[in-house]
Design a protein around this ligand. Structure first.
Ligand SMILES: C[S@@+](CC[C@H](N)C(=O)[O-])C[C@H]1O[C@@H](n2cnc3c(N)ncnc32)[C@H](O)[C@@H]1O
Length: 228
């Protein structure tokens, strides 16, 4: 089964959510042009840097999301972790992949409780909520609790915090496991922490920036790496 083609309810939901995300791009561009503060992922509750993004999807582009779905299928992924749920667009693809692989669990974390609540509604609507655990809170606090071997880690979170997540979840990835991170070409400097982790031979990764819009990082854990 390929839910992306065979599940009409999911396809229609994804059409609607990608369209809603795309409709917000002009407002985000305008905010950036006006010098609106970009969040780092480290801001506490109530920080002004977080306010603008509360109603923004910032969804993973559809071609990237479909690629991630295909990767998860190729890897036979049944245990997936995601940093950055937002309204659950990429999470729907991950949940579809574990279901199509025969069943499993996606753990996805977002700091904004209101966004996580909407993501849960979308997962319910798609009939995929039993495959997903949405954790509310700072991923630096919620994701370290994960102990199982992880097949795929999707980093779709503000770039400066991605290195901390890779350092936490990276050691839980099985050999042959995958990290995907969005916009690594466009935000190379902001991803310094992530590349510090990926480029350290002790962590066992080989990584490439794929030529999607803004770059999409594909890091494969080719060696066991040192335990955390
Ligand atoms: C690019 S969006 C995620 C988009 C989502 N993956 C999708 O495709 O719909 C990034 C998300 O990271 C969340 N975030 C930022 N800092 C965080 C942190 N420290 N812990 C958890 N989530 C955080 C934001 O609230 C935002 O919803």
């Amino acid at each position: 089964m390929n839910s992306l083609t065979d599940d009409r309810r999911l396809r229609e939901l994804l059409d609607r959510l990608h369209a809603a995300s795309d409709r917000q791009i002009a407002a985000i561009d305008e905010y950036d042009r006006a010098g609106g503060p970009r969040p780092t992922g480290f801001e506490p509750d109530g920080a002004p840097e977080r306010t603008f993004w509360l109603d923004k999807y910032v969804a993973l582009d559809r071609d990237k999301a479909e690629f991630v779905y295909a990767l998860c299928r190729a890897a036979g992924a049944t245990r997936i972790v995601e940093a950055g749920t937002s309204f659950g667009v990429s999470t729907l693809y991950l949940a579809a992949a574990v279901r199509d692989n025969g069943g499993g669990l996606v753990t996805s974390g977002d700091i904004e409780a209101t966004k996580a609540a909407v993501a849960r509604r979308h997962l319910d609507e798609a009939g995929l909520s039993s495959s997903v655990d949405v954790l509310v809170g700072d991923v630096r606090e919620t994701l370290p609790a994960i102990e199982d071997p992880v097949d795929v880690l999707l980093l779709d979170i503000w770039a400066p915090i991605a290195g901390d997540v890779a350092a936490t979840v990276g050691p839980r990835l099985r050999t042959g496991g995958i990290i995907v991170a969005d916009n690594t070409l466009a935000r190379r400097q902001l991803y310094a922490g992530l590349f510090e982790h990926l480029d350290d031979p002790a962590n066992g990764f080989t990584t490439q920036t794929l030529p999607f819009d803004g770059g999409l990082e594909l890091a494969v854990k080719t060696a066991a790496g040192h335990p955390a």
